[in-house]
Design a protein around this ligand. Structure first.
Ligand code: COA
Ligand code: ZN
Length: 317
């Protein structure tokens, strides 16, 4: 199996996860969680989003969160932005990277950001200008890249055309998002094998949701195609409020555990990540889908039952 030596993870739980929580999470708690995640060595964190506060009230404290987090050298702090107004707010708040959003399907784009794809792309051109002036990195995410909850299949030509328009306006980092967990591993490989040679020099990211238990298989398929950037969310929090049936992202600690077990480095301390995940479960007040928090890592060992120990001793004697 072809796997890279190292991958770069981006934690999106405090954005993709907290945006859909029914209760507003207090600013201090958000800050605490971001700081736990950076202390675990996560190299990129999508901290929050700069969107309309009435549309996503859970993240209305984006400025305050950015102002209060402890900036760890080695972690790049990003925020999601749909338009130039969001970009200006994000830059003023001191983000180091802007993650933009547009969908590959018209219906989801209209439901999510109240714009057609063409209108969104116009706004994203302005976002890039704001970011370039401020010297801030831009990563362009494409929602519903592998299927739309309203329209179903998204034709390759449609996805390719959105990628083309982003690249033409200067995008160098593109994230393909499986917003509602519709992708399967063979499809992921097919899409990447189509797009990667057509857009050389692009840094690709895969953003997965585990809605249908295919997130890690999809990531493995993308790694085999040469992708080394993955979004994930602590505990498996998450989901788009404007996509029916959306559920959590791939769980960060489960993915990190899987990668480490395969000898793929992430630079992340799994024990600290597990501690952060337990804290997030306390914060949201319910168990999260992550498996490793429950099972422990595969290096975990149990005491031998006495009856078995006795039989082994007899057999050896
Ligand atoms: N931050 C704060 N306010 C914003 C804003 C932003 N990024 N973008 C627009 N606004 C304000 C405008 O200033 C305007 O304010 P006013 O009424 O006081 O003049 C108002 O919102 C309407 O502006 P308009 O451009 O017409 O926006 P809209 O109402 O069509 O909403 C979005 C468009 C993109 C702002 C909104 O749909 C949104 O925030 N969506 C985010 C969805 C999301 O986060 N989804 C989950 C992640 S994938
Ligand atoms: Zn998502």
């Amino acid at each position: 199996m072809r796997v890279p030596d190292r991958v770069t993870m981006c934690e999106v739980g405090t954005r993709d996860g907290f945006q859909i929580e029914p209760e507003f999470i207090p600013t201090d708690v958000k800050v605490e969680v971001v700081d736990l995640l950076s202390a675990a060595g996560i190299p990129r964190i999508e901290v929050t989003s700069f969107v309309h506060p009435k549309v996503v009230p859970q993240l209305r404290d984006a400025e305050q969160v950015m102002a209060r987090i402890t900036r760890r050298p080695g972690t790049r702090y990003a925020a999601l932005v749909p338009n130039d107004k969001g970009a200006v707010r994000a830059v003023d708040a001191g983000v180091e990277a802007i993650h933009t959003v547009v969908s590959a399907s018209e219906s989801h784009n209209l439901a999510n950001v109240n714009m057609t794809i063409a209108e969104s792309l116009d706004k994203l051109r302005a976002v890039m200008q704001v970011a370039t002036r401020a010297g801030v990195h831009v990563g362009c995410g494409i929602s519903t890249s592998f299927g739309c909850p309203f329209e179903g299949d998204v034709p390759m030509a449609q996805l390719e055309s959105v990628v083309r328009r982003l690249v033409d306006m200067g995008a160098r980092a593109i994230g393909l998002a499986d917003t509602t967990g519709m992708a399967n591993p063979r499809q992921v490989a097919r899409v990447l094998e189509h797009l990667m040679p057509r857009f050389p020099g692009i840094e690709w990211t895969l953003h997965t949701h585990d809605t249908r238990a295919m997130a890690i298989p999809n990531i493995l398929a993308a790694m085999e195609c040469g992708v080394t950037n993955f979004d994930a969310s602590i505990g498996g929090l998450g989901g788009c409020p404007f996509a029916p049936g959306a559920s959590g992202n791939v769980c960060t600690e489960d993915l990190v555990h899987c990668l480490h077990a395969m000898g793929v480095a992430t630079g992340i301390d799994l024990d600290r990540l597990l501690a952060a995940s337990r804290r997030v479960q306390e914060v949201v007040g319910r168990p999260l889908p992550g498996q490793i928090v429950k099972a422990g890592p595969s290096t975990r060992r149990y005491p031998l039952p006495d009856s078995v120990a006795g039989r082994i001793a007899t057999a050896r004697a």
